[in-house]
Design a protein around this ligand. Structure first.
Ligand code: TYC
Length: 117
């Protein structure tokens, strides 16, 4: 009769079950979740020039002029809009860059980062 002891050493951390004489190692279920992503949301206001918003979206969110204009108009009409989705640190940096550029130019443009649900 075959021994119950497997012939090869088995990693005791891995889940396993006995099947007759052999031991089947089951695939470890994926436990690492993908990182939480953050969207940078720009807010409308009545004072920041449209052209400035388009330039900011082009520069900091790497959009072409047409795409940047569409995003700006969406913000203008809806009150807010997503400029991009990034890891937490990158999103925070984008927010800082936008706020710094707006402050330097004397515009009240605001944006925030928020977790994507
Ligand atoms: N509403 C502004 C205007 O009419 C334009 C604007 C668009 C401002 C988007 C901010 O995030 C913004 N000049």
């Amino acid at each position: 009769m075959a021994s119950d002891i497997p012939s090869k050493p088995v990693d005791p951390k891995l889940p396993s079950r006995d099947v007759g004489d052999s031991v089947v190692l089951e695939r470890r279920t994926q436990r690492t979740k993908p990182p939480q992503m953050y969207q940078v949301v720009m807010l409308n206001d009545d004072y920041t020039p449209m052209e400035f918003v388009v330039a900011v979206i082009q520069e900091f969110f790497s959009k072409d002029r047409e795409t940047a204009t569409q995003i700006m108009l969406k913000i203008h009409l809806d009150g807010k809009g997503i400029c991009g989705v990034y890891s937490r640190d990158v999103a925070a940096t984008k927010v800082d860059q936008v706020l710094e550029a707006a402050k330097k130019a004397g515009h009240p443009l605001q944006c925030v980062s928020e977790p994507v649900e």
